[in-house]
Ligand binder design. Structure first.
Ligand code: PMP
Length: 405
């Protein structure tokens, strides 16, 4: 079991600086946003100091170079997912990617009475857009339940699939760390004639996502959780679907011709990228994917599992501490509560001891309600995480318990 960092934490300038200043940070909040490795920061600086200009429109070399880098990044993302470049839409985050599908796929392919299925594990980003669609368009919304471990109840799923038109499912649950059986969920949906949208915001940093093998219809992820910049997201959509879908935001760059009377839209994916996109962030994302793939998902998965198992053991020894969720397959996320102590109070004390964790409902209020809790303390791991940080976490939780209990 390898409990050492997979990547030297000193390759992350923020972590290296905190250590050099004598205040080392145990950054256990990568599920919220990952720290940035030097290679990504260097790439951004390089791009902005050598090749920066607006893209697609300029006929001068600087703009041509920027366009080439931006479109090169689209190709990089396509390789990352085993998709075609024309199936990759750049957005501003996973939230925007899901909203795009809700608006555009919703308008073109869903009619009043059609059922959208989500799971009880979803983040608000994969709940609220479907509620809004229901209220706008008269679709219905149903929820796949989970069992007491925090795993999808597959029998209940099969029963609910009957008349579903779209299934929206997370790859990894951001609160409990559950890795969902995507392959099975997608195959069952397709047998029932439903399309599938995967929320891979938490999956992309931890799992190999091969959209060709998965055969999902849409998949969304976000740059800032895969060691890339914030403000950039990805939507993969099967070419045959994107081709049929109307634009959802409109303006410059997504058109073929405009007169005052009417507009002809560009082909997808350009049709879905209205206005100046996050150019630098898209390019930084390409480098982040190089970084992650050079480490390899086999190693990342083994490291996540080892650290999570170690944390479950270590934290499990603390009296009054209750782990929330014991999924069959867990990614690098561990959530817990302490008897009678509010998660925010624990988080604040941990924070002052240099340990960064997330506390609260983690944008999954319906899940919290179902579990009968207000929130949890969540530790999440990255390639720079190691056992020493879990030890520090357990020690400080013990101290917090003594102080607050
Ligand atoms: N889905 C899940 C499972 C997430 O954890 C998050 C981010 N917390 C999102 C979607 C939304 O990602 P973003 O905020 O980058 O749009």
């Amino acid at each position: 079991m390898n409990l050492d960092p997979l990547v030297d934490p000193d390759l992350f300038p923020l972590l290296a600086r905190a250590k050099a200043e004598g205040n080392p940070v145990a950054y256990l909040d990568s599920a919220a946003s990952a720290q940035k490795p030097a290679v990504v920061l260097d790439r951004l600086r390089d791009f902005y100091t050598r090749d920066y200009a607006n893209i697609h429109r300029g006929v001068y070399p600087l703009s041509e170079r920027a366009t080439e880098a931006y479109e090169g990044s689209r190709e990089r993302v396509a390789r990352f997912l085993h998709a075609k470049p024309e199936e990759i839409v750049f957005t501003r985050g996973a939230t925007e990617s899901i909203n795009l599908v809700a608006f555009s796929f919703g308008e073109r392919f869903l009619k009043p009475g059609d059922k959208v299925l989500i799971s009880a594990l979803e983040h608000h980003a994969n709940i609220v857009p479907w509620q809004q669609l229901r209220d706008r368009r008269g679709t219905t919304l149903d929820v796949i339940p989970i069992n007491e471990n925090g795993d999808i109840d597959l029998d209940a799923y099969c029963r609910k699939l009957d008349d579903a038109r779209l299934v929206c499912i997370t790859a990894v649950a951001n609160t409990l760390g559950t890795v969902t059986p995507l392959q099975e969920i997608i195959a069952l949906a397709h047998q029932a004639g439903a399309r599938v949208m995967v929320d891979a915001a938490q999956g992309a940093p931890h799992l190999k996502l091969d959209v060709a093998a998965l055969d999902c219809d849409f998949l969304a992820f976000t740059g800032h959780k895969v060691y890339g910049p914030d403000g950039i997201g990805v939507l993969f959509g099967k070419a045959e679907l994107l081709r049929e879908m109307p634009p959802w935001q409109t303006g410059g760059d997504m058109i073929r011709t405009v007169t005052f009377e009417k507009t002809l839209f560009a082909e997808s994916p350009r049709r879905f990228e209205a206005g100046t996109p996050p150019i630098g962030a898209a390019i930084g994302l390409g480098t982040a994917l190089d970084f992650i793939e050079a480490i390899g998902f086999d190693k990342i998965g083994a490291h996540d599992r080892a650290l999570a198992a170690y944390a479950v053991d270590k934290l499990g020894e603390i009296p009054g501490l209750k782990l929330i969720g014991t999924p069959q397959h867990r990614s690098g996320i561990v959530s817990f509560v302490l008897d009678g102590i509010h998660p925010h109070d624990i988080g604040t004390l941990l924070g002052s001891a240099g340990i960064c964790v997330r506390t609260g409902h983690h944008c999954a209020q319906p899940l919290m309600e179902q579990l009968g809790i207000q929130g949890t303390v969540r530790a999440s791991f990255a390639v720079h995480s190691h056992a020493g940080e879990v030890d520090r976490l357990a020690e400080e939780v013990m101290k917090a318990r003594q102080l607050l209990g």
